[in-house]
Design a protein around this ligand. Structure first.
Ligand code: HEC
Ligand code: HEC
Length: 270
């Protein structure tokens, strides 16, 4: 009797076996469903573009305003003290990374003796462990200068936050530059083909203008990321290439105040 019972499949055994057999495929299906749900969840994430757009707008705003001479555009440049508190103090308050410490005359004496121009150049371009612009690429040249003067004067110097003025090209230079540009550069820079910065694209030119003319001259003469040396015309003289750059910079600069006005207005209504 007992033998017989052991081999007989009861409905309970049958149910247990069936359910047991279902666990493996069931788990697989469950995991696939979860995977899909996960993918869908990611797809539902908010589009990051508005954030990027906002960042770009903020950059345009501070830089455009620092360049714009339009008196209607409110100045939002920070003072030396603000710059120091917000950025430079991160290292210079404590002397981190071997930086000269705030108000420590012994730390600053020799550095101040190098003169303001050298300090400015080091702070703008970076110097050993000192990051360019204190690590904040959004700072304008003038803001960096103010930060330096705030620190150096607190340690005995007597500097003024002035920027070396770039020599403005004459009308004749610009006219010559325009011709060179039309013959050698317009092909790409009028249209923006192959990623060349369009002359009227303020957003593309603002970071470039910040690099300064020497950088742009060098990029135009020797080529830069996809930009051919001398626009591909190696017979072009360095001088003419520079004049073309002067013309491009003048055009780009005149496109910037217009681009800066929109966000500036928004800020003034706050
Ligand atoms: C991440 C740390 C750090 C931050 C932030 C920082 N600095 Fe520096 N800074 C340094 C270090 C390190 C040195 C010393 C570099 C050396 O002499 O090798 C230095 C040196 C300097 C010097 C002297 C350069 C020279 O020629 O001797 C100046 C000027 C300066 N910093 C300005 C600034 C200004 C202005 C800011 C803020 C906008 C700033 N730093 C923010 C780390 C920093
Ligand atoms: C065949 C197309 C082409 C021609 C022609 C051309 N460029 Fe460019 N240019 C480019 C591209 C592409 C870039 C790089 C855009 C980038 O940085 O991503 C560039 C960048 C530049 C830059 C910015 C440098 C930088 O770091 O991006 C300058 C300045 C410049 N060109 C000047 C000139 C001048 C001056 C001429 C005429 C003498 C000229 N270009 C002709 C395609 C061209």
């Amino acid at each position: 009797m007992s033998d017989h019972q052991m081999t007989q499949t009861t409905p309970k055994d049958f149910l247990a076996a069936t359910l047991g057999g279902l666990i493996a495929p069931g788990l697989t299906i469950f995991m696939i469903v979860m995977l899909f749900l996960g993918i869908q969840k990611n797809m539902g994430q908010p589009d990051p573009t508005p954030v990027a757009d906002k960042v770009v707008r903020e950059r345009i705003q501070s830089f455009g305003q620092s360049l714009a001479v339009d008196p209607n555009v409110p100045k939002v440049e920070l003072s030396g003290e603000q710059i120091y508190n917000e950025i430079c103090s991160g290292c210079h308050a404590s002397g981190a990374l071997g930086s000269p410490k705030f108000k420590e005359k012994a730390d600053w004496g020799k550095r101040n003796a190098q003169g303001y121009e050298v300090l400015l150049s080091h702070a703008l371009k970076g110097f050993n462990k000192m990051p360019a612009r204190g690590g904040d690429p959004d700072l304008s040249d003038l803001e960096v200068a103010r930060g330096i003067v705030y620190m150096t004067n607190a340690a005995g110097a007597n500097f003024e936050p002035v920027l070396k003025k770039e020599v403005e090209p004459s009308a004749a230079d610009l006219a010559r530059g325009k011709t060179v540009y039309a013959e050698n550069c317009a092909y790409c820079h009028d249209t923006g083909v192959t990623g060349a910065q369009k002359l009227t694209d303020a957003k593309a030119w603002m970071p470039l203008l910040k690099e300064g003319k020497d950088y742009l001259y060098n990029a135009a003469i020797n080529g830069s990321f996809g930009g051919p040396a001398k626009g591909g015309n190696l017979k072009l003289s360095d001088a003419d290439t520079k004049l073309a750059v002067d013309y491009m910079v003048a055009q780009a600069k005149s496109a910037i105040p217009a681009a800066a006005k929109a966000p500036a207005k928004a800020a003034s209504t706050k």
